[in-house]
Ligand binder design. Structure first.
Ligand SMILES: CCC(=O)Oc1c(C)cccc1C(=O)O
Ligand SMILES: [Ca+2]
Ligand SMILES: [Zn+2]
Length: 309
């Protein structure tokens, strides 16, 4: 029998039908996308509510992934493809490592697991407990956030604690928002967070305080550099550079801010960069790309407004 790339369909976590790049092998259809550049592959697996990684390929007999237990895989696969396309089409980056690394995602990790993470090699998504979260791959911003953690690892490799860790988090939120690309959507996780409550989210870039994040250096959260302290509050203090990004992108848009932030992340920032280093890196990136004009002024203004001098 011939093995070949195919185009299937699937129903995602929030009920939308989407076209999927799949692969037919020995009569089964796999969530295995071979359509990207240079033999890059996007592969989606399931842990079947266990903890094996990557687990088993998610397959279907008729290339129509419309069962309820397939929805998480449909979105992990589809949103990984969208995120791949963003970095390739806008920054000529072939996958998170810039060298065509396979993007592997595993869904149905553990049971009622309210988490999503990059484990250093692949994405891992829980199903949520149905109250705090539903399947976490059902949000494009979460998928893009996780894949950006991998981009960061293969570039600045910002150490995951204190200010460099808050920058690590912030850059993942920044590209999550840009990949979503909706100038009315400054929220993270809203598509899968608290299904019983409308309109809330994990975090807000435009109004970090709404979800207990500081939006100014005066309110920097001093937390222990421990697991329980969220490594110096990396998911809390990210509110400060997140708010700066909100000002920058509101001024100059997602395309220009994306180019400036990408250049800073990949050419100037290092593992020990702090918030002030980030301002310098972003200012230099703006100058490199656009000279000393309105884009540079937008960076200066955004960082002034959050108290990062
Ligand atoms: C926006 C995506 C996000 O924040 O994912 C996480 C969740 C849901 C829990 C714990 C850590 C993370 C993370 O990726 O930082
Ligand atoms: Ca969002
Ligand atoms: Zn993160």
């Amino acid at each position: 029998r011939y093995d070949e790339p195919t185009i299937g369909s699937g129903v995602g976590v929030n009920g939308q039908t989407k076209s999927l790049n799949t692969y037919l092998s020995n009569g089964n259809y796999y969530l295995y996308d071979t359509t990207k550049a240079m033999n890059n592959q996007i592969r989606t697996y399931t842990s079947n509510n266990g903890t094996y990684l990557p687990g088993n390929y998610m397959t279907d007999t008729n290339n129509n992934f419309n069962a309820s237990d397939q929805a998480a895989g449909v979105d992990a696969h589809y949103y990984a493809g969208l995120t791949y396309d963003y970095f390739y089409n806008n920054h000529n980056r072939n996958s998170f490592d810039g060298n065509g690394a396979t993007i592997a995602s595993t869904v149905h990790y553990q049971s009622n697991y309210n988490n999503a993470f990059w484990n250093g090699s692949q994405m891992v998504y829980g199903d949520g407990d149905g109250r705090t979260f539903i399947e976490l791959s059902g949000a494009l911003d979460i998928v893009a956030h996780e894949i950006t953690h991998a981009v960061t690892t293969y570039s600045a490799d910002l150490a995951y604690h204190n200010q460099s860790g808050a920058l690590n988090e912030s850059f993942s939120d920044v590209f999550a928002i840009i990949v979503e690309g909706d100038t009315n959507d400054w929220l993270l996780g809203e598509d899968v967070y608290t299904p019983g409550i409308y309109g809330d989210a994990l975090r807000s870039m435009s109004n970090p305080e709404q979800y207990n994040q500081p939006a100014h250096m005066d309110d920097y959260y001093h937390s222990p550099d421990t697991k329980d302290g969220d490594w110096g509050g990396v998911h809390t203090n990210s509110g400060i550079p997140n708010k700066a990004f909100y000002h920058v992108a509101s001024d100059i848009g997602f395309e220009k801010s994306g180019d400036i932030y990408y250049k800073a992340l990949t050419q100037y920032l290092t593992s020990t960069s702090d918030f002030e280093d980030a301002r310098v890196a972003l200012e230099q990136s703006a100058i490199d790309l656009y000279g000393s004009g309105s884009e540079l002024q937008a960076i200066k203004n955004g960082f002034d407004l959050v108290g990062i001098g």
